[in-house]
Design a protein around this ligand. Structure first.
Ligand SMILES: O=C(O)COP(=O)(O)O
Ligand SMILES: [Mg+2]
Length: 233
C-alpha cells in the first residue's frame, strides 16, 4: 500500500545510526545532503541522547524538521525550545541525583536537562538509589539520567502533538535507548550495525550500516517504494 508524503515522519537516532563511530560521529556529507533533501518533502526528526552543543559540532549543515535532544527531554522546532519535564526536576530531583553521583565519585556531565554518567552502563546497580528521583537509560556503556516519564518515544509523541501530525512514524535506531523510539513507531527500522536485540524487534533491517542505512530507507520513501516493502496497516 503506497503512503503519500505528508503521512510519513522519519524519527532517526544519531550515534551509530545517522553517524558512524569510525568517523567519531561526524555525519557524512552524503547523509547530510539526503536528509536535507528528504526534510523538504517529509518530516525528519533527529532523536538523540546528545546535547545541542555536540550536534552543532558533529552535524554541521544538517537541517532536519526538528531536533529531539537529550534523549527526548528537549525539542528544538520552529526556532523554539520545548523542555519536557517539570520544574521539580531542576529544583529537587536533579540536585539529589548529583549528590549521589558525587558520593559515588562518578564522572558525569550535565546537559540542559539530562545527566550523562560515563562508564556506568555496566554498573547500574550502583545507581539504584537514583531511581527515587529519576530514570536511568543505558546507551552501550554509558548511562543517561533523565526525569521520570521522559524518553525518546515521549519526545516524538510531544513533537507529533506540536505539529498535529497524524501519519505513520518510521523509526530508525541501533541501540538500547532506541527501544523507546520503536515503542511509538509504526515501522521499526534497525540499521545493519544495530545490536541484535534491536534487530530482533525491527520490521526492517537495512543492508547498509549507519548513515547509508538511513539513506537506503529515505531513497525508498522518496521513490514511493517504501509502502510496498511492508504492509502499513
Ligand atoms: O549520547 C549518546 O549516548 C548517543 O546518542 P544516540 O545514539 O541516542 O544518538
Ligand atoms: Mg544510537
Amino acid at each position: 500500500m503506497d503512503i503519500d508524503s505528508n503521512e510519513i515522519l522519519v524519527a532517526s537516532d544519531y550515534d551509530r545510526t545517522l553517524a558512524n563511530e569510525e568517523n567519531n560521529f561526524v555525519i557524512s556529507p552524503i547523509v547530510t545532503q539526503k536528509v536535507n533533501e528528504f526534510s523538504k518533502k517529509y518530516k525528519f526528526v533527529v532523536v538523540t541522547g546528545r546535547e545541542k552543543k555536540f550536534m552543532d559540532k558533529l552535524a554541521v549543515g544538517l537541517r532536519p524538521t526538528a531536533w529531539i535532544l537529550e534523549n527526548g527531554s528537549l525539542i528544538l522546532f520552529d526556532n523554539k525550545e520545548f523542555v519536557l519535564c517539570e520544574k521539580s526536576w531542576f529544583e529537587r530531583d536533579r540536585k539529589k541525583i548529583i549528590e549521589i553521583l558525587d558520593s559515588l565519585k562518578a564522572r558525569y556531565s550535565i546537559g540542559k536537562v539530562i545527566i550523562y554518567v560515563d562508564g556506568y552502563g555496566s554498573k547500574l546497580n550502583m545507581l539504584k538509589e537514583i531511581e527515587k528521583y529519576g530514570r536511568i537509560e543505558v546507551n552501550r556503556n554509558d548511562a543517561m539520567i533523565l526525569p521520570k516519564g521522559v524518553d525518546k518515544g515521549i519526545g516524538v509523541l510531544k513533537f507529533k502533538e506540536l505539529t498535529g501530525f497524524k501519519g505513520k512514524i518510521v523509526a530508525l535506531g541501533d541501540s538500547e535507548n532506541d527501544y523507546a523510539l520503536f515503542r511509538v513507531a509504526d515501522i521499526k527500522v534497525a540499521v545493519a550495525n544495530a545490536i541484535p536485540q534491536i534487530k530482533e524487534i525491527a520490521d526492517i533491517v537495512t543492508k547498509n550500516p549507519n548513515g547509508l542505512g538511513v539513506v537506503e530507507i529515505l531513497d525508498k520513501i522518496l521513490s514511493g517504494n517504501f509502502g510496498k516493502e511492508i504492509d502499513i496497516h
